[in-house]
Structures are given as structure tokens and as C-alpha cells.
Design a protein around this ligand. Structure first.
Ligand SMILES: Nc1ncnc2c1ncn2[C@@H]1O[C@H](COP(=O)(O)OP(=O)(O)OP(=O)(O)O)[C@@H](O)[C@H]1O
Ligand SMILES: [Mg+2]
Length: 362
């Protein structure tokens, strides 16, 4: 087992002047499950491929434990990778697929068999060992791909969107299996996904990338509670956080009739005339019509989910009509066209600089 360090690791593809990954700095602890997440093209796969040795590093360094692996070939890095397209060999049995890397490495047959059987037990594949991949379900094939990585007992697992070939329901159950398997094996893992829910549910920590730049690396809890900037605020959470530009008045911030707490010196550091206030849909309380706090929302669309419902409405904030999403209880669903009075819950508001996007509130 080992730590993994990206030390200002940079990748500039030939013919491009802009780095695909720009001075990436992350220290991953021994046994940690780190998820790299971000929109398409932000540099997730490139980061993983640099760690795997499949991509040149043009600046900075990558270390596994104390070893500088920046310029080592993939085979000398002691890693195992599970790709999105896990390409099992169709003519080989499950057992042969799982043991193939060991066979190439010249490991004795009996030892291969033992390791394959152990991995199959962990992955619940024992009864399929003699089958060919085409006679397996998508989820079972995915587990064979995991098995192929496990038998090698690497120092680090790398996974690039390993669940994207599975249907929605299987994805959910398989992500739980992978996360619990990783915890049991305790092998340091770097996992790539574009799905923020997958990132939050699986990762010990999550690293958010945008345009090749690391935005924040933090626990799922902190990512949700204290997003470092506007991008992370909008990216983490579903439906997305409401982000509304409001004027700064008398050194304070007002959202409708509610005062949003923000430190005075944080505000004085900005020359902007506005700040952006963030409130998650689940952090509004519905107040009675007589309430003098918060804002009035006109209901445009209601999305019912049974347990709760999302109200898509329009509110007047700072003299302008703004779109707002509010979560309400499943048994308190308002009529389309009606008006609702909502108050942001105290302690659950966020304030960001409109110009730089940086977080200003605590
Ligand atoms: N071989 C390559 N040559 C040139 N540019 C590349 C190459 N591979 C990727 N890129 C560019 O580098 C950037 C990062 O790509 P990367 O594949 O790392 O993104 P990603 O975050 O994995 O995206 P996705 O979620 O779509 O898989 C993109 O702008 C992409 O176009
Ligand atoms: Mg990718």
C-alpha cells in the first residue's frame, strides 16, 4: 500500500498551448479512496493516465509512496487500472481473464488459481469462473474487470468511469460494492467520474477539476457545506444550488427580506457592487403568507418525487425576477401558479464574490 502525490503535475498535449492538466497538487493518503470529478474535458482521464504512466508529464512530479514515478514505464509503477471499456478477452473464461496478467508475469499456475479463486470469492464470481464473458450480465463483467485488477495486488487502483456501461440501477448497487470492497482491501484508489452523486457517495475525499485546474479537494461533507467557489457550488448538489446576484447594501447582504450573514472584512475586500448568494433547494423553509422574511415565489412547475417535491418558480430579488428551485415536503405540494413564501435557513447560506467566484462567507 502507498500514498500518491501529484506535485504540480502538468500535461500539455503536443500542438496545444494550454495545459490539459495544470499544476495539479493532491496528496492522497495510504488506503484513501479519492474521486476526481468534473465536467467533460476538464482533465480527469489525463490526470489518471499521468499517474498510470500512459501519458507524459510535462511539468511537476508524481510519486507513489516515496518513489518518484514521473518517468517510470507503467509496468514498473505497481498499479492496476480498470477502464470504462473494460474489454475482457471474449475467447477466455472468466478465470483466465482474471489471471491473465499474472500468467504474463510468469506466476506459477497453482498460485494464479489460488489468487483468482480468492478474488472470485470477494466479488461473488465463484460460480462463473468457467464461463465466457458473453454469458455474463453487464454487472458481472464489470466485476470480472475488477477481479483482474485485484489479483495483481497492486499498491494503487486506478478506475476511469468503470460504471458507465451499466444501467442506472446497476450503477447504484455496483458503486456501493466497489466502495465497500475498496475499504475492505484498503488499497489506495483514484477513481474518475463525471457524476457528482457518484463522487460524493464513494469518495473519502473528492477533487473537483475544471479546465485542467483543481478547484477544491475535500471530504464530501465539506464539499457540500463549504464549496470554495461558485463553480463547485453549482457543480456539487442536485438540483443545483440557487445562485443569485444581489446588491451589497450598507456593508450587508440581503436576500429578499432576509439578512444573509457574511463577515464585514470579507465584503470590504471586494470592490464589487454585488455578491452572489447561494442557497440549496433543500435549505428553504416555507413560511406562512404573513411572514415578513425571505421571498415570495410564484410556482411555475412542480416535480413530484413522492418523498418530496421540487418547486421551480420565479421570485423577485433585489427588484429583478429570478428563477428559484425549492424543495418542499411530498405532502405539502403547492399548486402551479400559486405563491409560496420561502426563507433561507439560517446557517445554510453561502456568499461568493460575483467577479472572482471565490467564497466570501465562513
Ligand atoms: N491525446 C490527446 N491529444 C490532444 N488533446 C487531448 C488528448 N486527450 C485529451 N485531450 C484534451 O485534453 C483535455 C482533457 O481531456 P480528458 O480526456 O482528460 O478529459 P476528461 O475530464 O476525462 O473528460 P471526459 O469526462 O469527457 O472523459 C480535453 O480538452 C481534451 O480535448
Ligand atoms: Mg475521461
Amino acid at each position: 500500500m502507498a500514498t500518491v502525490t501529484f506535485d504540480k503535475a502538468t500535461r500539455i498535449y503536443p500542438g496545444s498551448d494550454k495545459p490539459a492538466v495544470d499544476a495539479l497538487d493532491i496528496e492522497i493518503a495510504d488506503g484513501e479512496f479519492l474521486v476526481l470529478v468534473g465536467p467533460s474535458g476538464c482533465g480527469k482521464s489525463t490526470s489518471l493516465r499521468m499517474l498510470a504512466g500512459l501519458e507524459d508529464v510535462n511539468g511537476g512530479a508524481i510519486r507513489i509512496g516515496d518513489r518518484d514515478v514521473t518517468h517510470l514505464p507503467p509496468k514498473d509503477r505497481d498499479i492496476a487500472m480498470v477502464f470504462q471499456n473494460y474489454a475482457l478477452y471474449p475467447h477466455m473464461t472468466v478465470a483466465d481473464n482474471m489471471g491473465f496478467a499474472l500468467k504474463i508475469a510468469g506466476v506459477p499456475k497453482a498460485e494464479i488459481r489460488q489468487k483468482v479463486e480468492e478474488a472470485a470469492k470477494i466479488l461473488d464470481l465463484t460460480q462463473y469462473l468457467d464461463r465466457k464473458p458473453k454469458a455474463l450480465s453487464g454487472g458481472q463483467r464489470q466485476r470480472v474487470a475488477m477481479g483482474r485488477a485485484i489479483v495483481r495486488e497492486p499498491q494503487v487502483f486506478l478506475m476511469d468511469e468503470p460504471l458507465s456501461n451499466l444501467d442506472a440501477k446497476l450503477r447504484v448497487s455496483t458503486r456501493t460494492q466497489i466502495a465497500s470492497l475498496q475499504r475492505r482491501l484498503g488499497i489506495t484508489t483514484v477513481y474518475v467520474t463525471h457524476d457528482q452523486v457518484e463522487a460524493l457517495t464513494m469518495g473519502d475525499r473528492v477533487a473537483v477539476l475544471k479546465d485542467g485546474l483543481l478547484q477544491q479537494v475535500d471530504t464530501p461533507r465539506n464539499m457540500y457545506d463549504r464549496p470554495a467557489n461558485l463553480f463547485v457550488a453549482g457543480f456539487i448538489g442536485s438540483p443545483a444550488m440557487n445562485l443569485i446576484e444581489v446588491p451589497i447594501t450598507d456593508g450587508g447582504v440581503k436576500f429578499g427580506n432576509s439578512v444573509v450573514p457574511v463577515q464585514r472584512d470579507a465584503l470590504s475586500s471586494t470592490t464589487d457592487k454585488t455578491v452572489t448568494v447561494g442557497v440549496r433547494p433543500e435549505h428553504f423553509d416555507v413560511a406562512g403568507p404573513e411572514s415578513t422574511q425571505g421571498v415570495a415565489v410564484t410556482v411555475n412547475v412542480v416535480e413530484e418525487l413522492g418523498s418530496d417535491a421540487y418547486v421551480y418558480g420565479t421570485a423577485e430579488v433585489g427588484g429583478e425576477a429570478k428563477d428559484l428551485v425549492v424543495r418542499v415536503g411530498g405532502r405539502e405540494v403547492p399548486e402551479k401558479g400559486s405563491r409560496l413564501h420561502v426563507v433561507p435557513r439560517s446557517g445554510e447560506t453561502h456568499v461568493f464574490s460575483t467577479s472572482t467566484g471565490e467564497r466570501l462567507s465562513d
